[in-house]
Design a protein around this ligand. Structure first.
Ligand code: ADP
Ligand code: GLC
Length: 499
C-alpha cells in the first residue's frame, strides 16, 4: 500500500521533539490522550465524541491537552494540512516497522492532534472490523510509546481510552526498553468494558520485551486481556458514569472480580456534551434552528422535514432510536416492541430508526417498513447530519440499552427538547429522572417488549398533555451537561497522581 503520509506533508521538522512544551506556554498540565477515535477525525460512537471534546475543554481551561490516534484514511485526513512531527522505527515482536507521526497544522480542533501512520496497517477506511485489529492496535500503542520516549520532556499524564490503548500503562511500567517513562502517570478511562481486546498468549511476544515475572498483570481468565491489564496497571481508572462503575462490579463481561478488587483506584466521571456542536440554536446540520423561546415552532418545523422525508404523519408522536444495532443497545428487541406499541396505540405513533450493526437486526428492522408504512421508517447506515435532524425533530428518543456506560444520545436529545425514554441503567440512570418523580423523562426497568410498550404508551399520553410536555422540554433544554464540570473532576484525578 502506498504511503499516504507523503501527500499531506507540507513542512518537515525532525530535529528535536519539544512539542510546544506546555511550560513554555505557561499552561498548567500536559495531558496526552491516546484513543482509537476522535470526532470529527474518526467516530464510530460516543468514544469519538468524548475524545473530540474533553481535550478541547481542557485546553480552554488553561491546560495543554493533545490527542494521538491512528491515521485512518478518513475525509478529515484529506481535508486538512499536516506536518511531520516524527519518524521512527520500532518492532512488534519479530516484525520491524517504520512509523510516522503527523500533526494537524492549524489547531482546527482546539487542541494539537497527532496521527500515527503505520504503512499498510492503520491507513484504512474503517476504524475497526479487520481480521488483524489486534496487530493494528498493538502496533499503534507501541509506536505511541516509542514516540513519547523521544520527547525531550515527559508528558504530565498519559490518558488512555478503552482497550485499544490499555496496554500502554503496562508497557510503560514493565518494558525494559521504555524504563525512562516508568514514572509517567497513566489514567485509563473505560467507556465500554464489553470489548476487552482479548488475544492469545502467542501474541504476548508483540509487546516490547517485558519482565516475564509480570505476566499475571496481562492475564485474565487464561487469556491476554488488554483491558484487564490496563485496569491492573494504570495509576487510576475512570468510568464514564458513577452508576456504571457500580454495575461493573457485578456485570462486566467477566471482569467483575477485578473491578471489586481494584475499586479503590476507580472513579466515575459523567461525560459532558460539546455545546459548540450540539446546540439547537446554532446547529448547522438541522433545517430550523431554535432555542427555548422558539422551541415549539422550531421543533415542529424540524419534525415536518423528517416526516416528509420518511413518509410519516406529523400529527403523531415521533419516537426515534439512534445507535449501533447491537445487543448492548437492545436493538434486537425493537422490531417486536414497535409492533406491540403500534398495536396498543392503534397506529397513533410514528417510529424512525437510524443505525447499523448486526445484520439480522438490520434485516428485521428493514422488513418492517413494508408492513408499517406511514407509521415507521428506518435508515440503515451512519449519517451524522440525519442524527442531528432527528434529535431536533423527534418528540421522544428511545434507548432501551441493556448496557449504557454513559450514553450521549439522551443528553443530546434533552438539549434539543426531545424527551428521553430510557432503560434505568448506567449513565441513563444518572442523567434521566422519571416525570413521575418530578423529572423530565420516562424510565423503565427491563429491555423487554412489555416494558418498552408501556413506556411508549406513557410517551403517547404525555404527547397529548401539551402543558406537561412543554414543561419537561423547557426544563431539559436548560439542564447543564457542559464539559467544565467533568474537566475539573479529571483534573482532580490527575492531581491525585502527584506529578
Ligand atoms: P455508543 O458510544 O455506545 O455508541 P453513545 O450514546 O455514547 O453510545 O454515543 C453514540 C454517538 O454516536 C452519538 O453521537 C450518536 O448520535 C452517534 N451515532 C450512533 N449511531 C449513529 C448513526 N447510525 N448515525 C449517526 N450517528 C450515530
Ligand atoms: C461508550 C459507551 C457509551 C458512552 C460512550 C462515551 O461507547 O457505550 O455509553 O457514552 O462510550 O463515553
Amino acid at each position: 500500500m502506498q504511503n499516504v503520509t507523503k501527500f499531506f506533508v507540507h513542512q518537515i521538522f525532525l530535529t528535536k521533539l519539544e512539542h510546544n512544551s506546555y511550560k513554555d506556554k505557561g499552561r498548567e498540565m500536559d495531558i496526552l490522550h491516546v484513543s482509537a477515535e476522535c470526532y470529527p477525525v474518526a467516530k464510530a460512537g460516543g468514544l469519538g465524541d468524548v475524545v473530540g471534546a474533553l481535550p478541547k475543554y481542557q485546553c480552554k481551561m488553561g491546560h495543554y491537552a493533545k490527542v494521538v490516534m491512528p491515521m485512518y484514511r478518513t475525509k478529515f485526513l484529506y481535508q486538512h494540512e499536516w506536518t511531520i512531527d516524527f519518524k521512527g522505527r520500532t518492532n512488534m515482536g519479530n516484525w520491524w516497522f517504520d512509523y510516522t507521526i503527523i500533526k494537524e497544522k492549524n489547531n482546527v480542533l482546539g487542541f494539537d492532534l497527532f496521527l500515527v501512520d503505520i504503512n499498510g496497517l492503520l491507513d484504512r477506511e474503517k476504524i475497526y472490523g479487520y481480521a488483524d485489529d489486534t496487530e493494528r492496535f498493538t502496533a499503534f500503542q507501541i509506536a505511541v510509546v516509542d514516540w513519547v520516549n523521544h520527547w525531550e520532556h515527559k508528558p504530565g499524564v498519559i490518558h488512555c481510552h478503552d482497550h485499544h490503548s490499555a496496554l500502554i500503562p503496562f508497557i510503560l511500567k514493565h518494558s525494559y526498553q521504555y524504563n525512562r517513562l516508568q514514572d509517567v502517570p497513566t489514567v485509563l478511562t473505560i467507556h465500554n468494558a464489553q470489548y476487552q481486546g482479548w488475544m492469545g498468549w502467542d501474541k504476548s511476544i508483540y509487546l516490547p520485551v517485558w519482565d516475564r515475572w509480570k505476566g499475571g498483570l496481562l492475564e485474565w481468565n487464561k487469556t491476554l486481556n488488554p483491558l484487564a491489564a490496563g485496569i491492573k496497571t494504570a495509576w487510576k481508572v475512570t468510568t464514564v458514569s458513577n452508576s456504571y462503575l457500580e454495575e461493573l462490579k457485578y456485570m462486566s463481561n467477566g471482569l467483575e472480580k477485578l473491578f471489586q478488587y481494584e475499586q479503590g483506584k476507580c472513579v466515575g466521571i459523567l461525560n459532558g456534551i460539546d455545546t459548540d456542536i450540539w446546540n439547537p440554536a446554532t446547529d448547522e446540520y438541522i433545517s430550523h434552528q431554535y432555542d427555548t423561546a422558539t422551541m415549539t415552532e422550531g421543533k415542529l418545523a424540524n419534525k415536518k422535514v423528517l416526516c416528509e422525508r420518511f413518509n410519516l404523519n406529523e400529527e403523531n408522536p415521533l419516537i426515534v432510536f439512534i445507535g449501533r444495532m447491537v445487543g448492548e443497545k437492545a436493538a434486537d428487541v425493537l422490531p417486536d416492541a414497535i409492533l406491540a406499541s403500534l398495536y396498543s396505540l392503534q397506529g397513533n405513533a410514528n417510529f424512525l430508526i437510524l443505525g447499523s450493526g448486526e445484520p439480522h437486526v438490520e434485516w428485521q428492522l428493514s422488513q418492517l417498513t413494508g408492513a408499517l408504512s406511514g407509521n415507521y421508517n428506518v435508515f440503515i447506515g451512519y449519517d451524522e447530519a440525519l442524527s442531528h435532524q432527528m434529535y431536533a425533530g423527534a418528540d421522544f428518543l428511545l434507548m432501551p440499552s441493556r448496557v449504557e456506560p454513559c450514553g450521549l444520545n439522551q443528553m443530546y436529545s434533552m438539549k434539543y427538547g426531545t424527551v428521553p425514554v430510557v432503560r434505568n441503567t448506567g449513565g441513563l440512570h444518572d442523567t434521566v429522572l422519571d416525570m413521575g418523580d418530578g423529572g423530565w423523562g420516562i424510565r423503565f426497568e427491563h429491555a423487554s417488549v412489555g416494558d418498552i410498550t408501556h413506556a411508549v404508551n406513557r410517551a403517547a399520553a404525555v404527547y397529548k398533555d401539551k402543558k406537561e410536555l412543554t414543561r419537561m422540554q423547557q426544563h431539559m433544554m436548560k439542564l447543564d451537561h457542559s464539559w467544565e464540570n467533568a474537566v475539573q473532576q479529571y483534573l482532580n484525578v490527575y492531581q491525585s497522581l502527584k506529578f
